[in-house]
Design a protein around this ligand. Sequence first.
Ligand code: FE2
Length: 496
Amino acid sequence: MNFFQHGVASGDPLQDRVILWTRVTTAEPSEVQLEWEVAEDLSFQRIVCSGVTFAKIEDDHSVHVDAEGLNPGCHYFYRFHARGETSVTGRTKTLPVAGVGHLRFAQVSCSKFNAGFFNAYARIAERDDLDFLLHLGDYIYETANIPPSGQTAGAEIGRPFEPLHECKTLADYRMRYSQYRRDPDAQAMHAALPIIATVDDHEFADGAWRGGADVHEEDNDGPWAERLKVCFRVRWEWLPIRHPDPADTQRVYRSVQFGGLADLFLINTRTYRDQPVPAPEMNAPERTELGPEQREWLFREFEESKSRWQILGNPSVLSTTWRENISEEIKLPLLKTKLIAADGNGPDYDQWDGYPAEREQLLNLFRKHLGSTVVLSGDIHVGMVCEVEENPFEEKRDVVAVEFINSSITSQNLDDKMKWGYRTDSLKYEQAILREFPHVKWCDFDSHGFNIVDVTEERVQVEYWGVDTVTRRSKGVSLNSTWVVEHGTPKLLRIR
Ligand SMILES: [Fe+2]
């Protein structure tokens, strides 16, 4: 009997506590008692706290321990015991106190199980220089193994989704998360460092908005609100997360403070937003991506932030990927990567481009922290470095922030979709995009991997790391580009 088939995980660290997670695999229709312990050392000689907890049936036998009384900015080791079995040992880290001068973390999104192996997670797990992993969403994909025509099919690599059909029920989503958490590279990543995560649409359903999703049909699939309830429940069961508001178990938006060096604002751009619609309706001034409560929270806390840096953890690309009179030359890569509308004649209204009025307000908010706002984004599966501005195509530039968009862990991008060689035909399209989009300073439409974000008082440095393949397990990894923004001015410097 192996009780701990899904490994261990930790997440949502604070200065004095962190969530520790495991799950017990058992056919017994009853709760299972576990012991847990946290130590300063790998050999568990210096135990700092320990206790007893229960894996409950109603939580799908998952276990969350909020281990308290820890010291700030410290590494800890933890493990679980049940009926004579011991889990693997996990390593975690608490948040720093005031005066910390350095922060370093991984930025990722879009881990699609049937599209590739999680080599990027494995490379992150091997490092010992990271404080945490920031997951910007699409931690799972709910989609069917053979998806509807609007979505990209998986790769032929022997990793079909479980279940094969689109997740819709409690049992479906649980099975999907269970598959993800049996992956050895996902397990290694979770055992190596704590995660801080937000959500994108595929934690729920493709194209999710507050009243539904592209693929959700109320007649067949039941009320959207019920499906959302299931999604949030299973996400909590399977991830090491602490509800930011225990009274509202669907709340994800929150801020994380790093000792005055940086405040990280995590937003949810999916389940509160108005339905995505094309122009001209999308231009209506009252349309919202954030929803009233989240917007009020974000605008208040962001403006009041006293930290050296303000970092937005943003699951949907903020900078525009559309321009009027777009050339035929860049239509193909933008269409294939869904960065413009499917008919090629307008912006992709599923991203921030579809909520221009609220984006303008957000950019005005950034002006209050001009020179210290950094946007970290996921969702689009391609790496991009952008200057954030309202009208990038006007002569006079008005940059209010910088945006670093990570590529995907595995989800397909241009070379995968076009089935041409890695770093071959995509290069000329990337050059054309750089020519036509003055605010895009660098892009990579082929790589999969992760960003390493390194923060000091003086600057934020972002490295773009790519794995050599996702079609098999492989150790190859390379540093593809490095960018710096110095404190005080939203100006990008390329280091590499
Ligand atoms: Fe994605």
